[in-house]
Design a protein around this ligand. Structure first.
Ligand SMILES: [Zn+2]
Length: 286
């Protein structure tokens, strides 16, 4: 059976939302029946919201959550930088372990620290876009204008600071909607999620992060870690945690790679292998 292309799925979602919303208004205003209008309104919202409630949900467009390989290789990704306290130490640890990572950067932080952004790419690590302002609590509901601005500005500042044009995008908290996917597709970007999260974007125990990440490694896994301050975290924690994870990967015979664009499970119809995770716990800032 031929799968339904994402743009049709986005169209179905928006059409269902629009029709249900119109019907809700008609029953409320024309027929004066609030009892019928209300459930219709809820149904309209539900049609739009349902796919946005799951992190890395592929309903509205492809999301790369693993990559194809038979070898002991994982893709390490580090979000929310650059950060003056963490990025230099992280680069040092990556260099020491001859490891590589993709940095999904926040545009505003790139603008504040263009030297750090340039240092990342100079060290040979790709820098990709993670929006301009990282509105993690509301991006799932962003309309077309806001999506256009977040993606456009986020990409522009990375290009201006590093000289390299981003080709990949990661949504804050992994939550997105039809407008986000439509823009990602228009800009020719690849939406990248993850299969293993350290949950280190919020106050955390480094031991638990190391354990969780190492427990999830398998060929083709995409690992998600963060940089930047978290309440109560001691300086140097990020780099020490990363060093322990890289040592764990080394002893398990794994190495970090940057998969070639196109060599992704999303493009091979294998998206959906890692279980979908509910995204309503917005305290878990990514
Ligand atoms: Zn994030």
């Amino acid at each position: 059976m031929t799968p339904v292309p994402p743009r049709f799925r986005r169209g179905i979602t928006l059409a269902a939302t629009g029709l249900l919303a119109l019907e809700s208004v008609r029953r409320g205003l024309v027929e004066g029946s609030f009892a019928e209008s209300f459930p219709m309104g809820v149904a309209a919202w539900s049609a739009f919201l349902l796919p946005t409630l799951f992190r890395n949900c592929p309903w509205n467009g492809p999301v790369t959550r693993t990559f194809k390989t038979q070898a002991r290789e994982v893709w390490l990704t580090i979000d929310d930088g650059p950060d003056p306290a963490d990025t230099p130490e992280i680069l040092e640890v990556l260099g020491k372990h001859q490891a590589t990572a993709t940095f999904f950067a926040i545009g505003r932080r790139v603008e504040e620290h263009p030297d750090l952004a340039a240092a990342v790419t100079r060290a040979g690590h790709p820098m990709q876009s993670h929006t301009y302002s990282h509105p993690s609590a509301s991006f799932w509901a962003a309309g077309p204008t806001r999506v256009r601005r977040e993606l456009g500005d986020g990409i522009r500042v990375i290009r201006e600071s590093t000289g390299i044009q981003p080709t990949q995008f990661r949504s804050p908290a992994g939550l997105s909607n039809p407008f986000v996917h439509a823009r990602v597709s228009q800009l020719g970007l690849q939406m990248v999620g993850w299969s293993v999260a350290g949950f280190d974007g919020v106050p955390h125990s480094p031991d638990a992060v190391v354990h969780r990440v190492l427990a999830g490694i398998r060929p083709g896994a995409i690992l998600l870690l963060h940089e930047g301050p978290v309440l109560g975290m001691k300086p140097g924690t990020r780099a020490r945690t990363l060093a322990r994870i890289l040592a764990g990967l080394d002893s398990a015979g794994y190495r970090t790679v940057i998969p070639a664009l196109g060599n992704s499970a999303a493009l091979h119809g294998e998206v959906g292998k890692p279980p979908l995770e509910m995204g309503f716990d917005l305290r878990r800032k990514r």
